[in-house]
Write a protein of this length. Structure first.
Length: 318
């Protein structure tokens, strides 16, 4: 799996939306099992057909441990003989292939070739081209429904982020920015609210992305967290009446780049002491103390701390 796809998976797995990824993996695996058993029995479930070779005999439950968590499967049973899906065999890379297909559906919709490759990776047989095509449409439809669902209630805390991935467009491999919005509502529930792709992270793209969220019902936003990309900051200011918070994770990466390889662990621990304070005043005082401590040996880091104080500690006022 590429670093870009690993980054995308980690974005999708934020909060309760790992449940969605698990659900999509379970849905696709279940449909593929049903198609394979249909080929073995010669007929669809409940279908009266002279071509039927064997009767079905209900299901048995089986948990499948995946990167997205435990997926509950219902494995079809046969009256004569037995059926066991090949993708559950030890050491088979089926779950990795299935997760990659679901990720592709999020980004650009999936191709029949991708599902053909998935069927082979899962060790399955008897699945026709038309069945593969229908499965593509079903997966794409479920993802589209999720990404376009109405947003209800207030979501005071909104995280927006992007990662670059390579996709095939018009026969060429190009890089696109995959953006994602994750929010927490007033009940403390975290969800992925939206995702989109663009050729760049320009302000115009972020503006349209955030306006789409508002049109779907996103409201009550008080704090938006992101990296310090100027296009994001400008778009947030135009769309929301909200404070902006510089993402601590992105900031720490920038800060540690000035710390030197041997000093990164110590610098990270110093900066973390500011985040651990109980109120905004104490956090700012500690932040300035850390900046002063490193100023003599690491002047660039101290200057970064001075400039970023308000943005990185914005959350302390909430």
């Amino acid at each position: 799996m590429t670093e870009e796809m690993i980054a995308l998976r980690s974005m999708l797995e934020k909060g309760t939306d790992a449940e969605l990824l698990r659900e999509m993996i379970g849905f696709a695996a279940q449909r593929l099992m049903e198609l394979e058993v249909q080929a073995l029995t010669g007929a669809a479930p409940g279908e009266r057909s002279p071509e039927r070779l064997v009767q079905r005999n209900g299901y048995r439950d089986r948990d499948w441990e995946t990167r997205a968590g435990t997926v509950e499967l219902r494995i079809p049973k046969l009256r004569k003989g037995s059926y066991f899906p090949g993708f559950l065999e030890p050491r088979r890379m089926a779950e990795k292939a299935l997760t990659a297909v679901i990720q592709e559906a999020y980004i650009q919709g999936i191709s029949t070739r991708a599902v053909d490759d998935l069927v082979k990776a899962m060790g399955m047989s008897g699945v026709s081209k038309s069945q593969v095509s229908r499965l593509c449409e079903e997966i794409d439809g479920r993802v589209k429904t999720f990404l376009e669902r109405p947003i209800e209630g207030d979501w005071p805390y909104l995280w927006i982020d992007a990662t670059w991935v390579k996709v095939r467009q018009d026969g060429r491999i190009v890089s696109v920015a995959v953006t994602i919005a994750v929010a927490v509502n007033t009940d403390g529930r975290r969800e992925v609210l939206g995702m989109d792709i663009g050729a760049s992270e320009a302000e115009t793209f972020w503006l349209e992305f955030l306006r789409k969220l508002k049109r779907r019902g996103l409201g009550g936003v008080k704090l938006v967290i992101s990296d310090a990309h100027e296009g994001i900051k400008a778009a947030v200011a135009k769309v929301f009446q909200a404070s902006w918070q510089r993402c601590r994770v992105h900031f720490m990466r920038n800060a540690l780049a000035h710390a030197g390889k041997s000093g990164r662990r110590v610098v990270a621990a110093f900066i973390a002491t500011a985040f651990a304070q109980n109120d905004a005043a104490a956090a700012r005082a500690q932040w300035r103390q850390v900046a002063d401590q490193v100023r003599a040996k690491l002047p660039k880091l101290a200057a970064l701390l001075d400039a970023a104080e308000e943005d990185v500690l914005a959350f302390m006022t909430f």
